[in-house]
Design a protein around this ligand. Structure first.
Ligand SMILES: Nc1ncnc2c1ncn2[C@@H]1O[C@H](COP(=O)(O)OP(=O)(O)OP(=O)(O)O)[C@@H](O)[C@H]1O
Ligand SMILES: [Mg+2]
Length: 253
């Protein structure tokens, strides 16, 4: 049975794509797991990273919201991760205006496909709309990357509200696995914000924190962090986080 994990936060630029892509590399290349990556973001950043310059030929995540999909096409990528990609629509058309009921469609279309994998990783968009709902309906677990600031806690409230609604109405399996701190800096302000998040969300914060490190930005151009020059510390921090994620999944099983 595949474990389906969504990386979600409606706040932009907190590390959803970075963590999702690097976790997929980690699972595939370090743990030898079969991985399907579902890029649910219309910005298509994860698709761009994983495709390494190849053209997208898979069914798009946008197509998955249609009532009928003739065949779900999966694309093999260079590093062995299978992809259902996303494409920036030139007309600006997107699924956000569709009736909410259509957010059930991705799960319906992917039901058979996901059985072929150990893990399905979903990169969510920075919004609380249909694409996020569609992602959370497919997922077993959601992981929320955050950057620490005075707004970190209030920002998570509306996300957790959405998660709770989806859990009640459409996907009882859904569980928030944890909150992952990204671009951590050991400053008084960040330590204060960390304290506030820990108090507000007991037990949810992962111990491992990823600091702001330039090799991670290099890795966003299509490399596993453990292959990036000078990326050792960043790689260790990420491996610490990914180990904790796998442990929580195992403990929950
Ligand atoms: N720990 C880090 N150190 C340095 N750069 C980072 C780190 N984490 C993320 N970045 C960079 O910050 C930018 C935003 O990260 P990312 O795209 O993963 O965020 P996101 O939450 O997916 O954004 P969006 O909401 O737009 O989808 C990227 O250029 C990424 O390479
Ligand atoms: Mg992103």
């Amino acid at each position: 049975m595949a474990t389906v994990i969504a990386f979600a936060n409606q706040k932009g630029g907190v590390g959803k794509t970075t963590f999702a892509v690097q976790f997929a590399y980690f699972l595939r290349l370090k743990k030898r797991k079969s991985v399907l990556f579902l890029d649910m973001d219309a910005q298509a950043s994860a698709s761009e990273t994983l495709l390494e310059g190849e053209a997208l030929t898979s069914t798009t995540s946008q197509d998955l919201f249609n009532d009928e999909v003739a065949e779900v096409r999966i694309q093999k990528t260079a590093r062995g991760i299978d992809l259902i990609g996303s494409e920036q629509s030139p007309e600006g058309y997107d699924v956000e205006a569709l009736p909410l009921a259509q957010a059930m469609n991705p799960k319906k279309h992917l039901e058979a496909v996901v059985q072929n994998y150990d893990f399905v990783i979903i990169d969510c968009p920075p919004s609380l709309g249909r694409r996020l709902a569609g992602s959370l309906i497919c997922a077993d677990y959601v992981i929320c990357p955050i950057k620490l600031s005075g707004y970190a806690v209030s920002g998570l409230k509306s996300l957790f509200g959405t998660i709770l609604q989806i859990k009640k109405r459409s996907n009882r399996r859904l569980k928030t696995l944890g909150v992952a701190v990204n671009e951590f800096q050991d400053t008084a302000a960040q330590r204060d914000a960390l304290f506030a998040v820990t108090q507000a969300l007991p037990g949810l914060l992962f111990k491992s924190k990823v600091r702001s490190r330039s090799p991670i930005d290099v890795a966003s151009r299509g490399k596993p962090i453990f292959e990036v020059r000078n990326g050792q510390r960043a790689s260790e921090e990420m491996a610490g986080l990914f180990g904790e994620i796998l442990k929580r999944i195992k403990d929950n099983a």
